[in-house]
Write a protein that binds this ligand. Structure first.
Ligand SMILES: Cc1ncc(COP(=O)(O)O)c(C=O)c1O
Length: 380
């Protein structure tokens, strides 16, 4: 049996919606995007939602939009996808890595230790679909007058104390990459309550122009736009927005299937010697972009070996992620494993199991049974 790690769920109706959206006159930055943005704003209770080309451009534009750049430092977790950190570098600022705790989210204590006179912002990542401790992070940010940009790429639909992730800091950034909880294939969105930031993002995502094409076409001089700073082409097109709208209308169904699958794994894996389920006790708050277990020493088979043996059976697993400080681009800064003890420990022990809305019980049983077999020493 083949069990992929992840599988996008696009319905026949969504395929038709995509085709129909090809008839939209401008094909980009148009009415479907406006509708997608307004529904995301409503769902997250944000004043503004701005669609962009992907989650990385959402982070980049939030940083640039807040005026963060050269000579500034931005604190990010060591355990995240490289995009979080690349966005900081692309803005001209310097990323400063903080350790995580065993929930896989950034450690508030570690953030405190990394603040210097140059620190301008913190980017917490709501890892795997579980919100960070935003009370602690916002209180550190307030005390030190820091911006907060929430990397919510993993966590569309997740809440912290009944407030949607992305609404605590200055901006929240979503990714709609195919593995994410809802997808536009490529795509992203920024949410913010700041009119000033929203206006700047709107300009910056469209080459720095003060008016988009639809606004210009309503005037007698569509060529007469102005620009006061260079911008990017980070627009989201109408086809992707149409898919996003359709996916959004199924968010509850998609999330609930992910959560049900995670609960099923929990019920089957809990109690296997040497297996620890990450955030087992947080099941009610989690939207399970990823389902992660730890393979401890007393399991008797190493994490890498478990990955290999499952691979041989047709089961795809992986590790989220190799810590940032281990990449060549960061090693040169003299960062050591001992600076990030929890990140390194989790990197060595964690394994992400297949999880997607349409995973079947049969597939999950196959995964669990194969893990059980390994634990009883039968690794042929
Ligand atoms: C934590 C995190 N941040 C940012 C991103 C970037 O999103 P995108 O791939 O849409 O640019 C990702 C994407 O996978 C991610 O996992």
């Amino acid at each position: 049996m083949e069990v992929p790690l992840s599988k996008p769920w696009i319905t026949d109706l969504e395929r038709k919606t995509i085709l129909a959206s090809l008839n939209t006159p401008n094909l980009t930055d148009g009415p479907k995007l406006r509708k997608f943005e307004s529904i995301v704003a409503k769902k997250t209770k944000s004043h503004h939602a701005l669609g962009v080309s992907n989650g990385t451009s959402a982070l980049h534009l939030s940083l640039v939009g807040l005026g963060i750049g050269h000579n500034d430092e931005v604190i990010t977790p060591d355990m995240t996808f490289i995009a979080t950190v690349n966005a900081v570098i692309l803005s001209g600022a310097t990323p400063v890595l903080a350790d995580i705790d065993e929930s896989l989210n950034i450690s508030a204590e570690s953030i405190g230790k990394k603040i210097t006179r140059k620190t301008k912002a913190i980017i917490p990542v709501h890892f795997a679909g579980l919100a960070c401790n935003m009370n602690k992070i916002m209180s550190i940010a307030k005390k030190n007058k820091l911006h907060v940009i929430e990397d919510s790429a993993h966590a569309f639909g997740a809440y912290y104390k009944k407030k949607h992730v992305g609404t605590f800091g200055d901006a929240g950034c979503f990714s709609f990459y195919p593995t994410k909880n809802i997808t536009t294939i490529e795509g992203g969105m920024i949410i913010t309550d700041s009119q000033k930031l929203a206006a700047r993002v709107m300009t910056l995502r469209n080459h720095g122009l003060n008016r988009n094409l639809i606004q210009r076409n309503k005037t007698t001089k569509p060529w007469d736009y102005d620009t006061i700073e260079p911008g990017y082409n980070y627009r989201l097109d109408e086809v992707r927005s149409a898919l996003g709208l359709a996916q959004l209308s199924r968010l509850d169904e998609i999330s609930s299937k992910r959560i049900q699958a995670a609960k099923y794994y929990n019920s089957k894996l809990n109690g296997i010697k040497g297996i620890e389920i990450v955030n087992y006790e947080k099941v009610k708050e989690h939207v399970y972009h990823l389902y992660i277990i730890r393979i401890k020493e007393d399991f008797g088979v190493s994490r890498n070996k478990v990955h290999q043996m499952l691979f041989k059976k047709g089961i795809r697993t992986t590790v989220h992620y190799k810590p940032i400080h281990m990449f060549s681009n960061f090693k040169k800064n003299g960062l050591k494993d001992s600076d990030f003890p929890v990140s390194v420990k989790m990197y060595n022990e964690c394994l992400t199991l297949p999880l997607f809305p349409t995973i079947t019980r049969k597939q999950q049983d196959f995964v669990v049974n194969n893990i059980r077999k390994l634990s009883s020493g039968n690794i042929s």
